[in-house]
Structure formats: C-alpha cells, structure tokens
Write a protein that binds this ligand. Structure first.
Ligand SMILES: [Zn+2]
Ligand SMILES: [Zn+2]
Length: 346
C-alpha cells in the first residue's frame, strides 16, 4: 500500500510503498477514506517542535474509513463497516485507564505519533479504537470529529462546564477555536467572543457564531473582552493557542469567579495573576487534553442529527500525492483553511 512517511523535520514526507499489516488478534485493518492534517502534524513535520520516538513513521491521527479486514476474536466489526478512529491506544490497566481517563495513560500509543498512522491506504489497529460512523456523516467530517472537534468539545463542555447563559471568550480561532465557537453556541452561551490576531480567523469566528470578535494583533485582548462585557469579564475563557501572552490575556479577561481552560500546548512557562486578584476573584485555571470516546460519540451524534453543522470545516480534500502541498498550505494558512483532509485511496 502507499503511505506518507515522515523521516525528519523540515523535509517533505515521502510517499512510499509499505506493507499493509494483516490484523492480528483483536485487531482490524481499516481502509482510510479520510485523514485530516492537524496542527500537531505541522509541529512534527514542518517546525520540528515535537520530536517523535521513532522514525520513519506514517503520520496521520485524525481518520475515518471502512473496515477492510478483521482479526481473530473481533466480533463487533465486519468488513464494510464505516468507522471513525479513536487515535489513542491506551494500556487499559494503569491508574488513569482504570478511572476512564485514557487520555492520561502514560503508556498510550498515539496513531501517527508513536505508532503507524493513517496517511496511508490502510491502517491496522486494535478493534477497541473503532467508533461507528453514522451513514449521515461523511468520511472527511468523521475524520476531523475525532480530533479538531472533540478536543474543542471537551475543553468547553466538560473541562469548562459551560452552562446556558454564560459568557465565553475563545482565544485562537483556528481549527479548534472555530469548532469551540460552534459548540459554545449549541451549549447556549449568551455571549461568544472570538479572539485572534488574523483577520481571516476573525471572519470565520463570526461565521461560526461568535457574537463579538476581538482583534488581538495590537495586544490588550483582555481589555477589549472586558469592554464587551460591561467591564465584568467572561465566565469562561478557553485558550487554544498555547502561548504565554494568550494565556495571560485569557486569565485577565475573566470575571470574578471565572475559569480558564487551557487547551493550547507549547513550551512557554505561564504565570498566575497576583494572588490578591487570583484568590480574591476565586479564579480557576484548568487544562484540557484531547478527548475520550464518549465525547467523540456525542459530537458524531450531533453531526448526524444536524444539530452541529461542520460542512464548512473541510476546506479541501486532496490525494496522498499532494500531501506535502497540503501541509504547506495548512502551515502558511494560505486561503485560510480550517481543515485540509487527505484521501489516501485516490
Ligand atoms: Zn491532532
Ligand atoms: Zn493506561
């Protein structure tokens, strides 16, 4: 089968012929119909800011497809089933796994990061990674639900516990933030403020349902957020950027008793406000990492029912041969893409 393999940062991926692994006990082989290009892929392949434990490796962790073959002992799935792939293969035994928090499993293998990924005609993985993809949901959307959308859902709905009538500020209106805004709207937020430095991102934030946008390119985003909330600040701020400046502005945009959820990842060291303000305002700082199976299922159900419209989230579907050009466009944000999706089969 053909696959896009990563050898080293700042080098193009190589399209190579590799062996498609037959499914072993409890495993399935999935013919990949769609695999999204995520910011993580760009950190790995273009910036080199995320190092992988082994190379060469097939990248791609945001995937959907059709079951092609099942191994011994797999009864729940059969060839032809439409599936979304849950990208974490957790150990199932550790403290985190036993508490249902597989995302925190230290032994977890992540598709396209620490085990062979889905920028390939097929991928072989444990059957426990499969989730049914409803017939109403296309493969490209089924792919990006299992990362870009579910990550935003966890951050807002579960970690952020956003309630009807609350105000929310979303810092970073790229792939995660735009979906965060749509989810905030579904959860009944009264005021949704999209914050970004790029005009294109702010326009998309408005299209997604932001009631207000803040251009943070001149700094002082928090001041603008406060001005939009009669000086009070927001109940919830969600940070999808992963930079110190943006985290500080997110914290400073909170009202008394407010909470911030940080979902952006990076190397920056962040600071709390002076304790007088932090403790006195009884603020909460939370982190949100990835998503669990139920979160993916909830989002898929919303999409299937037509509650959550993701039709504008797939900017482009490209063949495997065009993957390096897709990475380049996702990185330079040429044409303001939300998600570029690779269709490895053709
Ligand atoms: Zn990702
Ligand atoms: Zn574990």
């Amino acid at each position: 089968m053909r696959a896009a393999r990563f050898y080293a940062a700042k080098e193009p991926l190589r399209i190579e012929e590799v062996e498609a692994l037959p499914p072993g006990d409890g495993e399935v082989r999935v013919a990949v119909e769609a695999c999204g290009i995520c910011g993580t892929d760009l950190h790995v392949a273009i910036e080199g800011t995320i190092q992988l434990p082994q190379t060469p490796i097939i990248l791609g962790h945001e995937a959907a497809g059709v079951v092609a073959a099942v191994g011994a002992g797999v009864t729940r799935w059969k060839a032809g089933d439409r599936v979304t792939i849950f990208p974490n293969v957790a150990c199932g035994k550790c403290y985190a796994c036993r508490r249902g928090r597989e995302v925190l499993c230290l032994q977890a293998q992540v598709l396209g990061i620490s085990r062979e990924g889905a920028f390939a005609e097929s991928v072989t993985l444990p059957a426990s990674c499969l989730l049914p993809l409803p017939a109403e949901v296309s493969f490209p959307i089924g792919a990006l639900v299992a990362d870009a959308v579910s990550t935003a859902y966890r951050a807002l709905a579960h970690r952020g516990a956003l309630h009807t009538g609350e105000s929310v500020a979303v810092f970073g209106c790229g792939g995660l933030g735009v979906h965060g805004i749509k989810i905030a709207k579904l959860l009944g937020a009264s005021r949704i403020i999209g914050v970004d430095v790029a005009r294109g991102a702010l326009r998309r934030a408005e299209e997604a349902g932001a009631t207000h946008v803040v251009d943070a390119s001149g700094g002082e985003a928090a001041k603008q957020v406060r001005a939009l909330t009669a000086g009070d600040g927001v109940d919830l701020a969600v940070e999808f950027v992963g930079l110190k400046a943006s985290v500080s502005e997110a914290i400073r945009s909170l009202r008394r008793g407010g909470r911030v959820v940080i979902a952006g990842v990076g190397g920056d060291r962040v600071e709390l406000p002076p304790l007088r303000a932090f403790v006195g305002g009884e603020l909460a700082v939370l982190a949100s990492m990835g998503f669990d199976r139920e979160e993916v299922e909830t989002v898929l159900r919303w999409v299937a029912e037509g509650t959550l419209d993701l039709s504008s989230s797939v900017t482009d579907v490209i063949p495997l041969d065009a993957i390096n050009e897709g990475f380049r466009r996702a990185f330079t944000k040429e044409g303001d893409p939300i998600r570029i999706v690779v269709r490895p089969g053709g």
